[in-house]
Write a protein that binds this ligand. Structure first.
Ligand code: COA
Length: 704
């Protein structure tokens, strides 16, 4: 990609003398941006365009000037393939196709695009587009786009899937005097996609922060790998459009139903260290925070305010964002006490009260900045008659200079009277917002990213020695039987083979057989209808608990089959499963569903019958899973609080849960025939766990 952003020679195929045409704009942009390499217009009808020698085609140009590093195509769609083929013959390595009229216009366009990709692929050509605005690198400098303006050099790379939005953002960035390092309009992403440019920006010494606007990800696993590596070096901040769940799959499991499309992206971003923003405007404001502020050592925030209300609002935001309020040392409090009015609040939030001038802010800020329990400061200001916004801003800058390792963000609330102070802060690189919450939120992104960076090493899922042949056999038998849902007994056997404790379960075809099985596994037992088609067995009397004698087993078998025939006449049962009744435990759920883009998704949460109602679940993508993720996914749920034990309860065996999660992840990684897994409930005891109800579904077989 080096020559892509830093070519020695660039040709524009379709360069035109007619002002206003795309082929003219691209050429003029290349000339006007100060590009130092050779610019070669290509047009069969002209000898000269914009004062440069024009060539009739790429071949003629290569013959005359030698190699060309980058070709930008601005001819109509019908002429693009021939140009691409010619470029391939001339060993051109980088191609930008600005032309529209491909996949985005339907079937014929999609076919054209397929052929274009094929040419690029077979000739090893980097292809950006088609249907894109082009790209820019302000440090080269090169403006290989038909955008109207060229931003100042800066340290922010902006990668956009939408060209139109890209131009709007460029225009805005220029008006705000925000510099960029690179700008890339991804277009249809037929060749190069977001991952390629995140990777390039991560390696670019001129880029400190990477921003992306995307609507989807082309290659899930590669995106995750690239994003993980990139975010270990610099912040990757993404706005992803299309968060509605309209496209969510039809799922036959709890896990599938809970893992919506947006939730998957949320998981992917978190797991790969990407910071996700929910508002477009936050992309750049956050980039500026990262450019100007140091990363905090922890998540303990101090609020300094001249008004109680905003202090409370900020403290609420601290809590809801999972941050902590700093607790000052005694020395900090005692040394502030004689210097501030008696009515001030010396604890956090520090309230220097309404009549505070800059000097009181100075006292408070200097003291808290020195406190070892303070990781970052949020300064709030509301304009009263005596407030000094400009002087307070100067004070903040002074304190920031003295304590450069602690991030400071501000919220100057109000309009005209605070404008000068706010703009002083902003131009000196201190983020200043109009309200308290975004200021706290900015700190929370800094602290999240700091935590991500601290993550050391990557412990992948291990290989596991298991009886693969037996697991494959169980799956093949079900497939041969045209069952895509395994019996609970089959699920239990698979999990047992994986080393997960599960209550012994066997399928009985007759009441007599059920009695024999019950005797073998020991009383009490649970009996469950074995009819994979029936989803809610309990509702139709298909489950009987706590069966203690042989005669009860006999009777239960017949009752279960009769209940089925009564409620769902004509439905075939394979028999009744007899399961050892486990001692009760806390009920959790572990599940797996497959995402088309990212592969197996693992789920953990509060189990039982209220799973879908409470939705207390967390997810991780199995691809590239770090063992540390498994602990985190348990800790993220409210169930974790229950598992730790409340009101004197003994804690549940969290290590056994993590071990089961790892095994389910390995199972889904190593057995692609498995489509979904639900273990609900997973009983969690003080000493171990038991998979009580197991549903495993297969893919690519006829429906049972
Ligand atoms: N080699 C070199 N030049 C060629 C050529 C070829 N094979 N075929 C045509 N040309 C020349 C034309 O003669 C013309 O030059 P001229 O002005 O000197 O006559 C120039 O290339 C452009 O061709 P033209 O037919 O005038 O097309 P156009 O400028 O009206 O439109 C596009 C071309 C690419 C701009 C248009 O097809 C398009 O895709 N527009 C949308 C772009 C877009 O929105 N992209 C996505 C942004 S997010």
């Amino acid at each position: 990609m080096e020559r892509f952003f830093n070519p020695k020679s660039v040709a524009v195929v379709g360069a035109s003398s007619t002002r206003g045409k795309v082929g003219n704009s691209v050429l003029v942009n290349l000339i006007e941006c100060g590009f130092k390499g050779k610019i070669i217009p290509i047009n069969p009808k002209a000898d000269q365009i914009e004062g440069l020698t024009a060539y009739p085609n790429v071949t003629a140009a290569v013959q005359d000037v030698g190699s060309i590093d980058l070709v930008i195509v601005t001819v109509p769609a019908r002429a693009v393939l021939a140009v691409a083929q010619e470029c391939a013959r001339q060993k051109i390595k980088n191609l930008i196709v600005i032309t529209a009229g491909f996949k985005e216009v339907g079937k014929a366009g999609a076919e054209l695009e397929r052929q274009l990709v094929e040419i690029a692929r077979t000739s090893g050509m980097n292809l950006l587009g088609p249907n894109c605005l082009g790209m820019m690198d302000t440090h080269t400098p090169i403006n290989a786009s038909f955008a109207q303006d060229f931003p100042e050099p800066g340290e922010i790379a902006f990668i956009s899937q939408s060209g139109a939005l890209g131009t709007a953002v460029l225009d805005w960035a220029i008006s705000q005097k925000i510099g960029l390092s690179k700008f890339v309009s991804l277009g249809n992403k037929a060749g190069l996609n977001e991952a390629d440019f995140i990777e390039a920006a991560a390696q670019d010494p001129n880029t400190k922060v990477i921003l992306c606007y995307i609507e989807n990800v082309v290659d899930g696993p590669r995106f995750m790998e690239v994003a993980r590596k990139a975010s270990a070096r610099k912040p990757v901040i993404i706005f992803k459009a299309g968060t509605s769940e309209a496209g969510a799959r039809a799922a036959s499991s709890h896990t599938g139903a809970l893992a919506g499309n947006d939730r998957t992206y949320e998981t992917v971003f978190k797991q790969s260290g990407v910071l996700r923003v929910r508002r477009m405007e936050d992309l750049f404001s956050l980039a500026l925070v990262f450019l100007s502020q140091p990363l905090p050592r922890g998540n303990r925030v101090t609020i300094v305010t001249n008004a109680g209300g905003p202090g409370i609002i900020a403290a609420d935001a601290v809590e809801s964002l999972g941050l902590e309020m700093s607790r000052f040392t005694k020395e900090t409090i005692e040394s502030m006490r004689p210097l501030l009015p008696a009515e001030s609040n010396l604890l956090n939030p520090v309230d220097v009260i309404g009549d505070a001038k800059a000097d009181r802010y100075k006292i408070a800020l200097e003291h808290v900045a020195e406190d070892p329990n303070v990781d970052g400061i949020v300064v709030l200001l509301t304009p009263q008659a005596v407030t000094e916004p400009k002087e307070t801003a100067e004070t903040i800058l002074e304190v920031h200079k003295k304590a450069p390792d602690k991030p400071i963000v501000a919220a100057f609330m109000g309009g005209k009277s605070v404008a000068e102070g706010a703009s002083l802060l902003r131009s000196a690189g201190i983020p200043c917002y109009s309200f308290a919450e975004p200021a706290v939120e900015a700190f929370s992104y800094l602290s999240t990213y700091a935590r991500l960076r601290e993550r050391q090493g990557h412990k992948p899922l291990p290989e596991l020695e298991v009886e693969r042949d037996r697991i494959n056999e169980i799956i093949s038998e079900a497939a041969a039987d045209r069952r895509h849902i395994l019996f609970g007994s089959e699920g239990a056997e698979i999990l047992t083979l994986m080393g997960v404790n599960s209550a012994p379960t066997k399928l009985a075809k007759s009441a007599e057989e059920a009695v024999e099985i019950a005797k073998e596994i020991g009383f009490p037992v649970v009996m469950k209808l074995a009819a994979p088609k029936v989803l809610h067995k309990t509702d139709l009397g298909g489950v009987k608990l706590n069966i203690k004698t042989e005669s009860e087993v006999f009777q239960a078998f017949h009752e279960i089959i009769e209940n089925l025939h009564y409620h769902l006449p004509g439905t075939q049962a394979y028999g009744v499963e007899v399961q050892k009744m486990d001692r009760p435990g806390r009920e959790c759920i572990i599940g797996m569903t497959r995402d088309l883009q990212f592969g197996p998704l693992l789920m953990f949460g509060l189990g039982g019958i209220y799973v879908n109602l409470l939705k207390d679940v967390s997810f991780r993508v199995v691809h590239g899973l770090d063992l540390a993720d498994l602990h985190e996914m348990v800790q993220e749920t409210k169930a974790y609080k229950l598992l730790k034990g409340i009101r004197g309860e003994k804690p549940g065996d969290i290590n056994a849960i993590v071990d089961t999660l790892a095994k389910v992840a390995i199972l889904s990684r190593d057995f692609p025939q498995i489509n979904e897994i639900d273990i609900n409930p997973l009983f969690v005891w003080e000493d171990g766990v038991s998979a009580v109800d197991i549903k495993i579904t297969l893919r690519e077989v006829g429906k049972a």
